[in-house]
Design a protein around this ligand. Structure first.
Ligand code: SF4
Length: 410
């Protein structure tokens, strides 16, 4: 069933210390449930581990041009969004995506939220190839009828041990700690499982969350929303899989791969302000596969890194010293009615340094994780840079200072 949804009404904010009570299911858009925005309808396409085959790259680029505004937004979970879709276009979009294998389960399309270390298996780093885990987890997820009851926000994170995606706030996080072993983290505890069992363990953990959420009766969408004492316990997974608890397990933290070559047959590029034109997406081919990343770029596997200058000529960010590396923005005007400004047109990079995110309102949609510079549109046409008022014409020096000056962690 295809449907365009009006903007969601947020659930009431809980009193301090009180559990959040969700009175409805989440309103996250999907590929079948479109969101109505000021610039037309929006479709969000879940791509487990950000993965697109070469054929799927072509189909997505064609769909953006034929049905949308010709661009593909890369989300902070490595998913793809099409915007500017006309009324009734869902009837054309869904068969296109399904035929390309991008809609394996209509009932589960919004719950396929799986982020995995994008360079896994390509650059010799990491303890295991978690891209393979992501594929198995996705297949198991889509085959489990109960899993359709997860919210569209519930997130699986699969890190190959380098720590590049552990900071994304997964509800269930798997970390490869050896070629044959993984730690499964959920709700502040961890168990050790065999690598061969890791995808099955992640699914068992999600099921334990759903049981706890139903028992609590608060409609929680995510693990952190469960009330204290809700009964969720990663030890349920331990019992199911004969896994051993890991006291005081720590999530590894590491930087994302830099734009540029990734081993002998892969490369990493970033999309300016997180948007690819259909032409830029196609320019990533030929390749074995393209993995959209949580840093709003693409890891391209099975390609020659010598193509990087050509990709730069296409307008993609290919070097870590590009001032546009680490610059992101929310949708802003004209796509979002809440925005005070056309933040994408106003965005300036300043000099390379900390990530910087431009927002049209205080929701700060899609902001980065960790430490970053906050540029927020203010009434009257100016901005707040980390809270300090700055006229729009003075943004460049203010953003340079904020990105490069020593600071305490946010
Ligand atoms: S941060 Fe505000 S203005 Fe920007 S997309 Fe989100 S709701 Fe719209």
């Amino acid at each position: 069933m295809l449907a365009a949804m009006p903007p969601p009404v947020p659930s009431p904010t809980p009193a301090p210390g009180a559990p959040r009570v969700r009175e409805r299911g989440d309103a996250c858009p999907g590929a079948l449930r479109l969101h109505s925005a000021d610039d037309g309808h929006l479709a969000r396409l879940r791509l487990p581990a950000g993965r697109l085959t070469a054929r799927q790259v072509e189909v997505l680029a064609d769909a953006a041009e034929a049905l949308g505004d010709g661009r593909i937004s890369v989300t902070s979970r490595g998913n793809a969004e099409l915007r500017g879709l006309a009324d009734g276009c869902g009837a054309e979009l869904a068969p296109l995506l399904a035929e390309a294998g991008l809609l394996p389960s209509p009932t589960h399309e919004r719950v396929r939220n799986i982020v995995a270390s994008p360079a896994s298996g390509l650059d010799g780093l990491g303890a295991a190839d978690v891209q393979l885990w992501a594929r198995e987890l996705d297949e198991r997820l889509c085959a489990a009828p109960w899993a359709a009851g997860l919210s569209g926000r519930f997130l699986f994170v699969l890190d190959d041990g380098r720590g590049d995606v552990t900071g994304l706030g997964g509800d269930v996080t798997l970390v490869a700690v050896a070629p044959d072993a993984a730690h499964l983290h959920m709700g502040g505890r961890a168990v050790r499982v065999a690598a061969a069992d890791a995808p099955r363990a992640a699914l068992a953990a999600a099921r334990a969350f759903l049981s706890a959420a139903r028992a609590a009766g608060t409609g929680a969408w995510r693990v952190r929303e469960l009330p204290e004492g809700s009964g969720l316990d990663v030890r349920d997974v331990r019992k199911a899989l004969a896994a051993e608890e890991v006291p005081e397990a720590v999530l590894p933290q590491g930087p994302p791969p830099a734009p540029g070559p990734l081993g002998p047959a892969a490369l990493h590029v970033l999309a300016p302000l997180g948007r690819l034109t259909a032409g830029r997406l196609r320019a990533l081919l030929p390749a074995d596969e393209v993995r959209l990343t949580p840093w709003r770029g693409a890891v391209v596997a099975g390609t020659d890194p010598a193509r990087l200058p050509a990709l730069e000529a296409h307008g993609l960010i290919t070097r870590p010293d590009s001032p546009w590396a680490g610059v992101s923005a929310c949708t802003g005007r004209p796509g979002c009615a809440k925005s005070l400004a056309d933040v994408r047109a106003d965005a300036v990079p300043g000099r390379p340094g900390l990530p910087v995110h431009y927002s049209g309102c205080e929701r700060r949609c899609g902001h980065p994780h960790g430490d970053w510079v906050d540029v927020l549109a203010a009434p009257g046409g100016g901005y707040l840079v980390d809270g300090a008022p700055v006229p729009r014409t003075d943004l460049a020096p203010a953003v340079t200072t904020a990105r490069t000056a020593p600071r305490t962690t946010r």
